[in-house]
Design a protein around this ligand. Structure first.
Ligand code: SAM
Ligand code: SF4
Length: 333
């Protein structure tokens, strides 16, 4: 059986697929409020094309997928794509990352189509602050989406909370309480300096050691737990007596590259070996030619760097490669 192994011996079995770079929100850590240029619709990979890329990846040992974006639920008939992907031999796990706004309507159909897991982004529990961070949309819709996902039988449900200094760090205790009381896994995520995030990032980056400090102050008895089902680099914790749990994703203060198992496919058809760097390979050129596409997967392994070096940026140190110009909404997180 062929497999995807990079120069550092890391086996790759996980593909994150951005199905669109468009979004109904404008989260301040991800996109500017106005003036975002999107990929022309005719240049976005069609579902048939995504299926072809995944079939090729699956023949090389890709078993796990995550559908992301932009906002994946704005793409019509996403359940149809999930159904097709879930029937590809070798694909055993399909997850979705969504902002949750359109989830209430689609949760049941997505589950029936074969979606295994869902992550919902939620950075605040306060309606006015939601509007400040996401600049559009309503918190209420996201909360309804979380309920609908639970009713549809998704388990675990993970909440992605990007912590921002001076914006939502005062809600850490409330998020911990939520994980204590409800069967939810809250994933606190460090703000990453992707694309043009520079100035904002320097002002709002918060190391996640803060979460453990607050958990102790709040009196929770903590123990490390086995990773909650998933494929990510999360450092997971249990609070004694809690129904849910929480995890820390700290790409900057404690980078997770040594276990990296992932490749990314952008909405405009580029395979990205690493989230942070500019290098990418255009798979559109290889559509219709399985061998050529396999070669691109292998090439992605050959050029994948050892680390992302986001921490070097914090210290203003020189970088070994050129960072991507893409925004997180174009890469998919
Ligand atoms: N629109 C969907 C959503 O928000 O869940 C999926 C795409 S979004 C780019 C995927 C994840 O990346 C979200 O959980 C979001 O919070 C996170 N994200 C976006 N920009 C980020 C940044 N600069 N640093 C850390 N996480 C970021
Ligand atoms: Fe949209 Fe997700 Fe980016 Fe927010 S984080 S702007 S919801 S793509």
């Amino acid at each position: 059986m062929l497999e995807l192994k990079d120069r550092f011996g890391r086996k790759h079995d996980y593909l994150r697929i951005s199905v669109t770079d468009r979004c109904n929100l404008r989260c301040l850590y991800c996109m500017p409020e106005e003036g975002v240029e999107f990929t022309e619709s005719e240049n976005v990979l069609r579902y048939d094309e995504i299926v072809e890329v995944v079939e090729t990846g699956a023949s090389l040992g890709i078993t796990k997928l995550r559908i992301t974006g932009g906002e994946p639920l704005i793409r019509p008939n996403l359940d149809g794509l999930i159904a097709r992907l879930s029937s590809i031999p070798g694909i055993t796990d399909i997850a979705l990352t969504t902002n949750g706004i359109f989830l209430a309507k689609q949760a049941k159909a997505l589950k029936e189509a074969g979606l295994n897991r869902v992550n919902i982004s939620l950075d605040t529990l306060d309606a006015a602050r939601f509007r400040f961070i996401a600049r559009r949309g309503e918190l209420k819709r996201v909360l309804e989406g979380i309920e609908a996902a639970a009713d549809a039988g998704f388990d675990p449900i993970k909440l992605n909370c990007v912590l921002l200094k001076g914006v939502n760090e005062d809600e850490i205790a409330q998020f911990l309480k939520l994980a204590y009381e409800r069967p939810l896994h809250v994933r606190f995520i460090e703000y990453m300096p992707i694309g043009h995030a520079d100035e904002n990032w320097r002002n709002h980056y918060l190391p996640l050691s803060r979460v453990l400090e607050i958990a102790e102050q709040e009196g929770y008895e903590l123990s490390r737990r086995e990773q909650v089902r998933g494929n990510g680099p999360s450092d997971d914790w249990q609070m004694a007596g809690a129904v849910g749990s929480f995890g820390l994703i700290h790409p900057i203060s404690d980078h997770f590259c040594s276990n990296c198992n992932r490749l990314r496919l952008t909405a405009d058809g580029n395979l990205k070996p690493c989230l942070y760097w500019m290098d990418e390979l255009n798979v559109k050129n290889a559509l219709g030619d399985r061998d050529a596409m396999k070669e691109l997967f292998f090439k992605a392994m050959d050029i994948k760097p050892e680390n992302h070096e986001m921490a070097a940026k914090l210290a203003d140190n020189a970088l070994s490669h050129v960072p991507t110009e893409r925004r997180m909404s174009q890469i998919g997180g």
